[in-house]
Design a binder for this molecule. Sequence first.
Ligand SMILES: Cc1ncc(COP(=O)(O)O)c(C=O)c1O
Length: 362
Amino acid sequence: MAGVRAAVQAMRPYVPGKPVEDVQRELGLTDLVKLNQNENPLGPSPRAVEAVRAALARAHTYPEGSARALRERLGRLWDLPADWFLVGNGSDEVFRLLAEVFLEPGDPIVVPGTSFSAYRFVGELMGAEVVEVPLAGWTMDLPAMAEAAARHGARLLFLCRPNNPTGAVFPEADLRRAMARIPASTLVVLDEAYREFDTTPFDSRSLLLDHPNLVVTRTFSKIYGMAGLRLGYGIMRPEVLAPLYTARDPFSVNGLAVAAGLAALDDVEHLQRTQALTREGRAYLYAAFERLGLPYVASEANFVLFDAGRPAAEVFDRLLRRGVLVRPCGSFGLPTHLRVTVGTPEENARFVAALEAVLRGG
Ligand SMILES: Cc1ncc(COP(=O)(O)O)c(C=O)c1O
């Protein structure tokens, strides 16, 4: 097609997994266990569902564009001013805005290898030069990333903690050391999509206060169980936020999502129930992997990466035939690894039983 920007022509389109409905129909499956996208198996908070119902009556009116009520609520939660918060249509929108606002074609950005694909995607969309730094072990190689940012004069540097798909984390002290070496002109984006599952000490707020070139992102898609509503946010200094605000679609965040987000933040019980379910589910999965002799990565998130020791695509297919959907990690550069979301105890048991059968050659 003529006229397409060179940056877009150079991109390969994202190929999403087959819709669950298609898979179910093709394989004649009646109940599929969906453990492939790190969603909350408990669903959204009942309070969020109720809030959406109530907000539907106002669906004929435009939402308040800046999601002021949610920004003020988040400001109280974080003990930071409301004007440090940019609410987005998922944290994906915040990543895209950062790229659209800060990247000229050819600008360098630094991303971790074996991590969430959106960082590379938004960089490529703007024609940036993407410098990928391989992981050290299962988490970011912070010294190497800092060095790459300094050497290339990176505009953006993306970090994922806990990392998707490994679930691993780095200590706060390591990031502080790296921040001292990253140029002040590099904006560091710390994606904390899974932070609420993480039990290690890590103070993002104090990092934000200490480093004007830091942006932290969070989402309602994971622990809050609202992936389908599309709600996330970025926290940053007002001077970083202002140009993003200028460039954004004024009504990108819908009123139902904001209402749900406000209610979800009030339901601490639902959050804690999800944390407990995840903790117990991870322990159950670890025990199963140990029994099966499969190496796995200790996770601070709601998923576990394991090495099946054989082509992951095959294991994926065979699990699917048994009604269990997981994520093969070939696209992350891990051809024998799979990532499984922690589900309910029943879902976890179905996954383990299916995996045992697949490994036995069934
Ligand atoms: C590391 C990471 N960041 C961000 C997201 C996307 O979040 P959102 O649904 O808020 O766009 C995901 C979703 O899978 C993720 O794994």
